[in-house]
Design a binder for this molecule. Sequence first.
Ligand SMILES: Nc1ncnc2c1ncn2[C@@H]1O[C@H](COP(=O)(O)OP(=O)(O)OP(=O)(O)O)[C@@H](O)[C@H]1O
Ligand SMILES: [Mg+2]
Length: 267
Amino acid sequence: MTTSGESRQSSPIVEARGLRKWYRTGAVPVEALRGLDVAVQAGEIVAIMGPSGCGKTTLLQCISGLDDFDEGEVWIDGVPLRGMKDRQKADLRARRTGFVFQAYNLLPVLDAAENVELPLLLAGQRGKAARERALRALEAVGLEHRARHRPNELSGGQQQRVAIARALVNEPAVVWADEPTGNLDSESAAEILDLIERLNRENGQTFVLVTHDPRVAERAHRILRMRDGLIVEETQSGVASGWPARNQNGHPTTSHASPAPSNAPER
Ligand SMILES: Nc1ncnc2c1ncn2[C@@H]1O[C@H](COP(=O)(O)OP(=O)(O)OP(=O)(O)O)[C@@H](O)[C@H]1O
Ligand SMILES: [Mg+2]
C-alpha cells in the first residue's frame, strides 16, 4: 500500500539537489538539467510546466531513477539513487512507483488486462492473483469491460486510462506522468484528472505530472515552472483546500525550488 499516511510525513518522498544532466549523444552536448533542486512531499499533486525542450521529461526520468544523471543527488524515500545498482533501482521502481508515459507505451499484442498485469509480472507476481489485481486496476479507471481489448481497439483516452491502470496496479506511493492528458479531448482529460484527484484523496498517492495543459495545472497542489534546465518559479495552488490531508501535524510543505527572479518572463 501507499505510505503517505505513515511515518514519512515530514521528509520529502522525492528530493533532488544540484541535479545536472548532459546528453552527449549528438555532435554538441546538451546540458538538459543545470543544477536543479526540487522536493515533493508525500500526498502532493505537483505539476511541472515549461516550454518545450526545457528539461521536463529529463527531470522526470532522472528523479524517478529511469535515467542516470551526471551531478547532484536524488533521494526516494530518503534513499539516495546514486550508487544504487540498476537492479536495485528497478526494484525500487517496481515496488514504489508507477509511470504514465506520454505515448502510453502499451504493448500492441497484449490486451488491456495483460498490459496492466505487466508490472506485477516484473515484480514476480503471477497467476490468478495478478490477473485479479489487473482487473481491479482497470475497474478503477472504468475500463473493466474493455479488459480483453488490444490497444488498437481502444480510443486514445481509453489507452491513456489503461496506461494509468498499469501505473497504479502495484499501488505505488508515487506516480510519474508525462503529459497524462496529452492528445486527449476535454472530456477524457477531465476523467483522467478526476481519477488522479480521487486516488490522491483516497489513497494519499503522490502524483508528479509533467504537462502543458492548464487544466492539469489547475488541479495540482503546486506548480513548478521550468526554463532551461532549472525550476524558475513555484506556485502554490489555492485549489488544494483539502491538502495536505496527511501532512497536517506540524509538517508544512517545503520545497527547495528556487524562487523565480522577479523579472522572469511568464512562460
Ligand atoms: N536522448 C537525447 N539526446 C540528446 N539530447 C536530448 C535527448 N533527450 C532530450 N534531449 C535534449 O535535452 C533538452 C531537454 O529535453 P526534454 O525532453 O527533457 O524536454 P521537455 O521539457 O520534456 O520538452 P517537451 O515539452 O517538448 O517534451 C532538449 O534540449 C532536448 O533536445
Ligand atoms: Mg517532454
